[in-house]
Ligand binder design. Structure first.
Ligand SMILES: Nc1ncnc2c1ncn2[C@@H]1O[C@H](COP(=O)(O)OP(=O)(O)OP(=O)(O)O)[C@@H](O)[C@H]1O
Length: 570
């Protein structure tokens, strides 16, 4: 809990005016509540005991004023604190996405997208309720409790001592229950992440689910997780609800003691007036509600503390890929020197050496899992080698500013991201589209004819994932996007696999026409795609087993010959 306050209290510094408003509201509401309790004394003593008729007309005005004060105060502090809470959460949400987007690829492989969505939406929401309402409730009600305690002690210090001695009885069960709630909250939040992950997987793979008639299977998985989520939540509610009866029992014991002891003081020893006794009793009864609210808010805060621990866990991840400060301009050459890459303990690439220079097309071939995409990951600095060095223009890639490095590289893979936006925005992705450049990129990607035939041309809106396009058209959008960027290094990872031979040949032709200003890496299973490459790197189990052009490899490289043979039989 301490850590929770330590995390969020610094945020409150930005809201000085709102905090003053909340404090005024809080004092007004609490003071008015105490005044209501206090007014019971003149109500009883002056009106009913002393039969003061004038008081009968004056007192209601004070009572109404006290309620107006209470209402105004409650409004002021609720509004101000909700504003602060919601705004802190807005900032936290931005901070979290920003943090996640700057973490390494490795992090994104480790965490499921559903898990991350759950942390950024659900966990943050739990914290939001805590800091915009529960924290306010605890503060406000604490002030109210103090004000009412003031009335209680003022009216009868001895009676106050007897009744308040009982309060510590409630502390132990509240502590035990709160710990249990926190544990259950952790579990519930994990199960909720599971649920969201399952949903995001279902919607991302809906086509496959339908074609395999796997709806029942997926629904079964979902139902199971949904049931566990429900069971944990119900358990939490059960534990949470145990708090209220315990507190009410303690309150009942306090009130009955007051009735017995206070009654004696009024009737027998005459130490108290009837009015003082009833004012005391009213203040004591008014204490029950704020105490109950504090305990409920406290149990919600436990939930938020658990959620916050999950948020902190993500925020504590630090990127391992640290940017250098050398700005990369105009890539002339790229070199791998004895590079080894590991994913965890698994060696993906070992002792890789080659070089490439501007104007060259480098083909990457080899068995599936051979390490081709891993090599590309190193060029983009998604990972760093555990041994050896990747050099660009003779500079260790680790010394280069990562943004400037990635600005000079364009990659097209088989996973194509198309957003629900215009073709122009999809091509210029991330920057304001330049109409002429968009058209030029579309022409190079052999897609202009198609786009031009559409009613809205480059302003045609594509559906999410490009579902209103064919597989080949989607690939050509991705190629146009890469060319729009005017990169120095172009990476095509199975980028033309969905195209028919004619379209592929046209795009390859374009790439060769542009190659004098580029270093092109082409990963392809079809050897026809890379047979014109200046250099072909042949991968096998994380090693480059041969390198050279097609003629050289056809003579000297058994792996290449075997691959070629396999490919020519397909
Ligand atoms: N992020 C990752 N975490 C752990 N292991 C990985 C990761 N990416 C790839 N691998 C493993 O590294 C090895 C090389 O994979 P890589 O994707 O580089 O091969 P590839 O030659 O591109 O294969 P394909 O032709 O099938 O795309 C494989 O054994 C793969 O399972």
């Amino acid at each position: 809990m301490k850590k929770f306050f330590k995390t969020y209290l610094p945020y409150y510094r930005d809201y000085k005016v709102k905090i003053v408003m909340a404090i005024i509201g809080m004092l007004l509401a609490s003071g008015a509540t105490a005044a209501i309790a206090y007014l019971v004394k003149p109500l009883m003593d002056r009106i009913f005991v002393e039969q003061d008729i004038q008081m009968l007309y004056i007192l209601p005005i004070f009572i109404i004023l006290a309620f107006v004060g209470k209402g105004l105060g409650t409004f002021m502090q609720s509004y101000a604190l909700s504003f602060i809470g919601q705004d802190i959460i807005r900032k936290l949400r931005n901070r979290m996405l920003n943090h996640m987007m700057h973490l390494d690829m490795d992090f994104h492989f480790r965490f499921h997208s559903g898990e991350l969505i759950s942390r950024i939406s659900n966990d943050i929401l739990r914290v939001q309720t805590a800091i915009s309402s529960d924290l306010a409730v605890v503060l406000r009600e604490l002030v109210t409790v103090l004000a009412l305690l003031g009335v209680v002690i003022y009216q009868s210090p001895t009676l106050a001592l007897y009744s308040l001695i009982i309060i510590p009885l409630a502390v132990y069960p509240v502590e035990v229950i709160s710990k249990k709630i926190k544990k259950l909250s952790h579990k519930s939040q994990e199960l909720n992440s599971d649920l969201i992950s399952t949903l995001s997987e279902i919607f991302a793979n809906y086509e496959m689910i339908k074609s395999y008639n796997a709806q029942e299977y997926e629904l079964g998985n979902f139902k199971e997780r949904n049931k566990s989520f429900f069971t944990t939540n119900i358990k939490t509610v059960k534990v949470q609800q145990m708090l209220i009866p315990i507190l009410e029992l303690v309150a009942a014991i306090a009130i009955t003691s007051v009735i017995i002891i206070g009654g004696r003081e009024v009737l027998i020893t005459k130490e108290l007036t009837t009015g003082e006794f009833f004012s005391f009793l009213t203040a004591l009864s008014l204490l029950i509600d704020p105490l109950r609210r504090i305990s409920t808010a406290y149990s919600h805060l436990q939930d938020a503390v658990a959620a916050n621990e999950r948020i902190e866990q993500i925020l504590q991840y630090k990127p391992m890929i640290i940017s250098g400060d050398k700005i990369l301009k105009n890539v002339q050459n790229l070199e791998f020197e004895n590079v080894t890459l590991k994913y965890g303990d698994t060696v993906a690439l070992e002792n890789i050496s080659f070089n490439a220079k501007k104007g060259e097309v480098i083909g990457l071939v080899g068995d599936s899992g051979g390490g081709k995409s891993s090599m590309v990951n190193l060029i983009l600095r998604f990972y760093d080698p555990v041994e050896g060095v990747v050099k660009i223009n003779g500079i260790d890639a680790r010394e280069i500013d990562v943004k400037s490095l990635r600005d000079r590289i364009a990659i097209v893979t088989q996973r194509i991201y198309i957003s629900n936006d215009t073709i122009a925005a999809n091509i210029a992705y991330g920057v304001e589209p330049d109409e002429e450049k968009v058209i030029e990129a579309l022409k190079k990607a052999n897609l202009w004819e198609f786009v031009n035939s559409l009613e809205n041309g480059i302003y045609t809106v594509l559906s999410e994932g490009g579902t209103n396009l064919s597989g080949g058209q989607r690939q050509r959008i991705a190629i146009a996007r890469a060319l729009y960027k005017s990169p120095d290094i172009l990476i095509l990872d199975e980028a033309t696999s969905a195209l028919d031979n004619k379209s592929e040949a046209a795009i390859i032709e374009t790439i060769y026409a542009l190659k004098k200003d580029l270093i092109v890496f082409m990963i392809a299973h079809r050897l026809t795609t890379i047979e014109r490459a200046d250099k072909i790197l042949v991968f096998e189990n994380g090693h480059i087993v041969c390198q050279g052009n097609k003629e050289q490899l056809s003579k000297d490289c058994d792996t290449f010959k075997k691959l070629y043979h396999i490919a020519s039989n397909i």
